[in-house]
Structures are given as C-alpha cells and as structure tokens.
Design a protein around this ligand. Structure first.
Ligand SMILES: [Zn+2]
Length: 214
C-alpha cells in the first residue's frame, strides 16, 4: 500500500492504493474498507430511524473504518436544526463504536468547532474536501480536527497557498467524487511542500495509524 485515499465514492480497487469508500445506509456491498453515515443532503425524517439502525449494524464490522460522511451544510435545503440533530446522533455513534468521524462541512465551520467543544468526543474528527482559507484550517487544527484535501488542491491557488504552510500532522488526502488518481493529489502535495512524494506518503501513513489505530 502506497497511497492512502481517506475518502472516495469510487469502488474500484487500485494497485498501490488503500481507500476508504463512502457508503450510505442503502449500500449493499461492505466487502472492502468503508465508512458509512447519513450525508446532510440526504436526511429524510421518514427513513431516519431505519438509517441509524443500519449504520449501527455496520459500525462494528472490521471493514468499517469510520462513521461518515456526515455533517452540516448551510447551502442544502434540509432544515439546519434537523441536520444538527442527525449529526449529533452520529457523533454519539462514533463514540459508542470507537470509529473516527468523517465530516462534510459547508459554511458551518464554527458550528462544527462549537459541537466539538460541547460534546468533547474521544474519537478523532476529519473534515474532508477542505477548500477554505488558512484561518479556518488553523482553527480546525487548533481544535484537534484533521483536514483532508482533494481535487481542489490541483487548481485552487489560494488553497495551495494555505496548504503550503499548514502543520502536516493533521493532514489527509482524498479523491472524493473526482476521477483524478489519488497519486496526482500526492504529487501536487509534494510539489507545494517542496518535499519528496515519499515524505508525504510517510506523513499520511503516520497520521493514518495514529488516527485509525490500524
Ligand atoms: Zn464525499
């Protein structure tokens, strides 16, 4: 295993890649490493109880690496207080089953940080698909929240600038819904940090063992 892809929606198995595939409560194949959660876009009060039940059934599986993605999204139509309620339920499940939390966050970083303070979880939290500014990144890291970077790192210059200066012990890389190969994300990461790709590979591996205890 060379490249760890912390969050992907693609199920293809690639040589030299270890990936955590995002699953939903209605997924059926749990035979490879996965995370499972209720995405804030897809919260439905009608199926909520059943969705939670399915997630709970999968969380103790050996292939389950994390709970998520779950989180908060200010742009979606789903009622924000319902999002908070469902997010809190999933935080509790992540604690109960000792699985790290993979977070989707759109314009709700302060709420995420507030909930972290309020609920004081023991499980690590990872904000995935980060593409915001340096100050938000530092705020997250200051609250011990990991950050995962994906495709935006290839083209968003402001993000590249942010990335080039961050502490790396909270770093993960991902492809999410992108068709880019994860190696391209490692390539740009090594370019931006002016370090060899192997150093980025090693850093992410160390972070992975520390956070996932595997
Ligand atoms: Zn995703």
């Amino acid at each position: 295993m060379q490249f760890i892809d912390i969050h992907t929606h693609t199920s293809s198995i690639q040589k030299d890649v270890f990936s955590i595939e995002n699953k939903y409560p209605n997924s059926t194949d749990f035979s490879t490493p996965f995370s499972i959660g209720i995405h804030p876009w897809y919260i439905s009060e009608n199926t909520l109880q059943n969705d939670i039940k399915i997630i709970e059934e999968q969380l103790s599986s050996e292939n389950c690496y994390a709970l998520g993605e779950c989180g908060l999204d200010r742009i979606t139509d789903v009622d924000f207080s319902l999002q908070i309620k469902v997010f809190k339920q999933q935080i509790q499940l992540s604690e109960k089953y000792n699985k790290p939390l993979i977070i989707h966050c759109v314009r709700a970083f302060q709420e995420i940080i507030q909930l972290k303070k309020e609920m004081n979880p023991k499980q690590p939290w990872i904000v995935h698909g980060f593409n915001k500014n340096h100050q938000i990144a530092l705020d997250l890291i200051q609250h011990q929240i990991c950050i995962s970077f994906g495709e935006s790192l290839l083209k968003n210059e402001r993000l590249q600038e942010t990335f080039s200066k961050l502490p790396l012990d909270f770093l993960f890389l991902e492809t999410d819904t992108s068709e880019e190969h994860i190696e391209n994300i490692y390539n740009i990461a090594s370019e931006l940090r002016k370090t060899e790709k192997q150093n980025i590979i090693n850093t992410v591996k160390q972070n992975f063992s520390r956070i996932f205890k595997r």
